[in-house]
Design a protein around this ligand. Structure first.
Ligand code: S3P
Length: 187
């Protein structure tokens, strides 16, 4: 993983800062991020996968063994490392925006794209997935809705642009991200 980090720093995009995707679980950050990086010809990292690789266990196991607070500390430390390493395109976990320090770092040092979707679409996309500890239990649909209500203001505040992922094809989402980032750059 370190090798790919080094490689990625060497392959910065025309946008100079890292492009960081934020949004709820199920918003499509990994799928869109991978495709965006492909279009830009740069590297892609998914922060949760990097953390899992380093810790040797799944995010769900981290929650079970150490609890959410320790996971959030690990998530913040990794975010700082990846942003400082100038990772080109980075997908983050849905809760990364909860901490003020993470939002400040992202807002200052990255181009932040909020992948927005409504609660129903998010629930439909995540309902069969058992890997997300925050959506365990019988009332995942209400939980998605609650989390979205709580977090939407943070996603809005931290992001430089917002793209609706809804039911659009990935390629169209990527087009919109590129258009919005290009117009931000030329301001
Ligand atoms: C979380 C989202 C997950 C993962 C963890 C907590 C959250 O990532 O970081 O389960 O708080 O929304 P994805 O958004 O990639 O599912």
């Amino acid at each position: 993983m370190l090798e790919s980090l080094n490689e990625m720093s060497a392959r910065q995009t025309i946008f100079e800062r890292p492009i960081v995707l934020v949004g709820m679980m199920g918003a499509g950050k990994s799928t869109v991020g991978r495709r965006l990086a492909g279009r830009l010809g740069c590297g892609f990292l998914d922060a949760d996968r990097v953390l899992e690789e380093r810790m040797g266990v799944s995010i769900a196991t981290m929650f079970d063994l150490e609890g959410e607070a320790v996971f959030r500390d690990r998530e913040s430390a990794l975010l700082t490392e990846l942003v400082n390493a100038n990772s080109s395109v980075l997908a983050t976990g849905g809760g990364v925006v909860l901490r003020d320090a993470n939002r400040a770092l992202l807002n200052d040092r990255a181009w932040v794209v909020y992948l927005r979707a409504n609660a129903i679409d998010l629930w439909i996309r995540t309902r069969r997935d058992t890997s997300r500890p925050l959506l365990r239990g019988s009332d995942a649909r209400a939980r998605v809705s609650e989390l979205l209500t709580l977090r939407a203001p943070f996603y809005e505040a931290v992001s430089h642009c917002t793209v609706d992922t809804g039911r659009q094809p990935v390629e169209r989402v990527v087009d919109q991200i590129l258009q919005q980032l290009q117009s931000r750059q030329s301001i």
